[in-house]
Design a protein around this ligand. Sequence first.
Ligand SMILES: [Zn+2]
Length: 304
Amino acid sequence: MPFQYQKYFTQFGVDEQAIEKERSELSKQFNQKNVSDKDLAWSLFAKLNLEAAKKNNANLLSRIYYSQALFADETRRRNPFDLLQQAAHWKLMEMKELENAGLKYAAKISAFKSCEACKSQDGQIFTIDEALQKMPLPHKECTTQLFNYPGFCRCEYIFERIKEDQSRLTTSNSPRPRPRKVINIALIAIVVLCFACITFGWVLQTFFPIDSAVAIPTSTLSSSVIIPTSTASGTSVDQYMQEYGGNPDVYTKILSLTDCTTLQQEFDQASANLALQSPGTSQYKWSIGYMKASDNRMKQIACY
Ligand SMILES: [Zn+2]
């Protein structure tokens, strides 16, 4: 007879062979001829969790716990609240890994199509650490009933990139501070320098005329001041390749972009790819590299 709960396991690569193996192991262990599909599923979840925990794979753990919560609810195995909490915890831990790689995120609650209790916290923003500590999801007073137990909170975290100096976020939705002062000072300094260079060039040409073949064009002088040849954070293709690997052409393309919207698209694309990868794989690392490169480039050309 086919396994009744296959749908909960397909995404984790658990095939018929693995299921039958587990079935026979369980029947030996408990000296039972027929192991119920429910018990078999529960045992499979335990194994999957253990394997993912060994690999410290936050993304996978989050997905397994969510699937297990659905199963617990549908089969009346037990109240799925703590399983949903585990899924939310590991989702945040996944973002914590990205933070450790230098990409700062804020967790924003999305309560689309939720109960009244959930809607009350829609749009609230937390730092990852705050969210890990307060665990606002799943909402403790959620009344949504999916199968058998009320409280199957379907709120989600949406992760938003934040600036490095914007370290303090509160749960209130006050407008975010926009520290533009530094950018303004830098812009004024560039304008002043530029003006000085042009004036210097003009003085040179006017009062000390030299052979035009060797004259230094003023445009070269000014542009050499405006365009930074390097920045504080490593920005060369080689540096990214060394740290994250991937495709040098992608880095070259990102680093040559001068349009903030296109850079944001590059970032979003890499971020979407990252979500499909397992932490620890090369592809996962490449995606972080592309995200990092886009992010640094956006900072470099003052997109935000
Ligand atoms: Zn709810």
